[in-house]
Write a protein that binds this ligand. Structure first.
Ligand code: SF4
Length: 475
């Protein structure tokens, strides 16, 4: 337990994020008694001051700063002290936000790229390695973002069901066998929500540019149900300006020829088939309920069905995975030559079955997960893939990032639009959240749907009423 005392400021969340970089397994409290360390962050006039008492050592740093720079300065001082104490220099520095590329772009637009790069290096203490990664990704994104039309949107459809739950999952998706009886009502209501959302978009004059069906696992429901949902999209929306239609097929144990045929016939041009690893022992360990062979069979089936824009998701840092086995997975995936490969870093959320055990792969130094990421970067770059979107989460192994890589011309537009918060996302289904983005991108407003299918069904009318806020936003 680490005791945190804040004086003259309320940057608890931000300071805690910095502490987590160095001590991911420790909890932080303002009331701790038997604590392993005591950290004080103080705003005293124009002085930012941080003290750390840990293992009989006392550290103290202070710096004068502008009144609008206290949060960053306190975080930077704490980062410096904890780096000195631990010998660890997390490569993203104090940039703990979800969207590094969005921040880099916004600094570039305000004061130019040299200023933006310098801010990342000297103010946020980001390493050159991560800065270059963010810069390369941002550069790929710029022409993609220019495809966004004025008053346009993307549509997200949530199918929050899975056949079983993977051990690292923090997204509580419903077990299909238990919630099977909810699916007919769910499908019926999601079609109604699609109809209502299409009407709102039409009334306001919004143009649909991308569609993304995600989960859970969209292919966990029957082919006929998937077909009904896709048919509703075609029935209610004007798709004449559509740039991309993605179905995240997801786990190989749910994908059948019939479902792939439904997706293909719908005109969806992009699918995702996600093994996470091709090591059968690791798949078993994370309770993924499929084998590497099932993934390969599915992939072949998708090619035969005519899909040429396939994404595969992998995770670096999975329990029991090794650097050699990850490299083997990477080599096999590249051997398939998919259009996109998304490499996530394991993030251990409190709501997942996996718990933080302080093992090497989750260590703040980076450990095994960082080595795996380095392998993925080198292998993918050498095979002609480029990073096109990235995001970060809390509690990521080695304080790394998730990166979507693609062959040039196959970038997933929806992923870029949502991660850069560059376009309105109208979202339907349980657990989905609509994000309204103003034309100048300065105003962002969210409308949350009910999280679980049973709430979505019972509170449907109430939830639909909330969506009238879309009209307000566009007034
Ligand atoms: S497939 Fe995805 S959403 Fe479903 S249980 Fe596994 S990690 Fe969670």
């Amino acid at each position: 337990m680490i005791k945190l005392t804040l004086i003259g400021n309320d940057y608890k969340y931000e300071i805690e994020n910095i502490i987590q970089l160095f001590f991911p397994a420790e909890s932080v409290s303002e009331q701790a008694e038997n604590c392993t360390a005591h950290i004080t962050a103080q705003k005293d006039g124009d002085l930012a001051k941080v003290t750390v008492d840990i293992s009989d050592k006392h550290f103290e740093k202070a710096q004068a700063c502008a009144c609008n720079d206290f949060e960053r300065t306190l975080c930077a001082l704490l980062y410096e002290i904890l780096s000195e104490y631990t010998g660890i220099y997390p490569k993203w520095g104090i940039q703990t936000g979800v969207r590094p590329t969005k921040l880099l772009r916004s600094l570039k637009e305000k004061k130019g790229i040299e200023y933006a790069k310098d801010y990342f290096r000297s103010k946020l203490l980001v390493s050159d390695e991560k800065l270059n990664l963010a810069y390369d990704t941002m550069s790929i994104q710029d022409p993609l973002l220019s495809k966004i039309l004025p008053r346009s949107f993307s549509l997200y459809i949530s199918i929050p069901f899975c056949k079983s739950r993977c051990s690292y999952c923090s997204f509580i998706s419903h077990d299909v066998s238990k919630s099977h009886k909810l699916i007919p009502d769910y499908v019926q209501l999601i079609c109604r929500e699609l109809e209502y959302t299409a009407k709102v978009a039409r009334d306001i004059g919004l143009t649909l540019q991308t569609v993304y069906i995600g989960g859970g696992t969209p292919t966990a429901i029957e082919a006929e149900d998937l077909q009904r949902i896709i048919a509703a999209v075609y029935k209610y929306f004007d798709l004449s300006n559509l740039l991309e239609f993605t179905v995240e097929a997801g786990r190989p144990d749910t994908i059948t020829k019939q479902k792939l045929d439904v997706i293909k016939a719908s005109g969806a041009d992009r699918i995702s088939i996600n093994p996470q690893t091709l090591n059968d022992n690791v798949l078993k360990e994370i309770r993924r309920n499929h084998t590497a062979k099932e993934f390969f069979d599915c992939y072949e089936l998708a090619l035969k069905t005519g899909f040429d824009n396939i994404n595969t998701d992998l995770i670096a840092g999975l329990p029991t995975d090794t650097v050699e086995s990850f490299k083997d997975t990477m080599d096999q995936i590249i051997g398939l030559s998919p259009a996109c490969v998304t490499v996530h870093t394991l993030s251990i959320k409190r709501s997942s079955r996996l718990v933080y055990k302080g093992e090497a792969e989750y260590s703040p130094e980076g450990g095994v997960a960082s080595q795996m990421l380095e392998i993925s970067h080198n292998s993918l770059k050498n095979s002609g893939y480029l990073p096109y979107y990235m995001y970060r989460q809390s509690r990521m192994a080695g304080n790394n990032e998730n990166i979507g890589w693609s062959k040039p011309g196959f970038e997933g537009l929806y992923n870029v639009f949502i991660m850069e918060e560059a376009q309105t996302i109208l979202a339907v289904g349980a657990g989905a959240s609509t994000k309204l983005v103003s034309e100048d991108k300065t105003n962002i407003s969210r409308i949350f749907n009910y999280k679980y299918p049973y709430e979505y069904i019972s509170g449907f009318d109430e939830m639909l009423k909330r969506k009238s806020a879309i009209y307000e936003f566009y007034k």
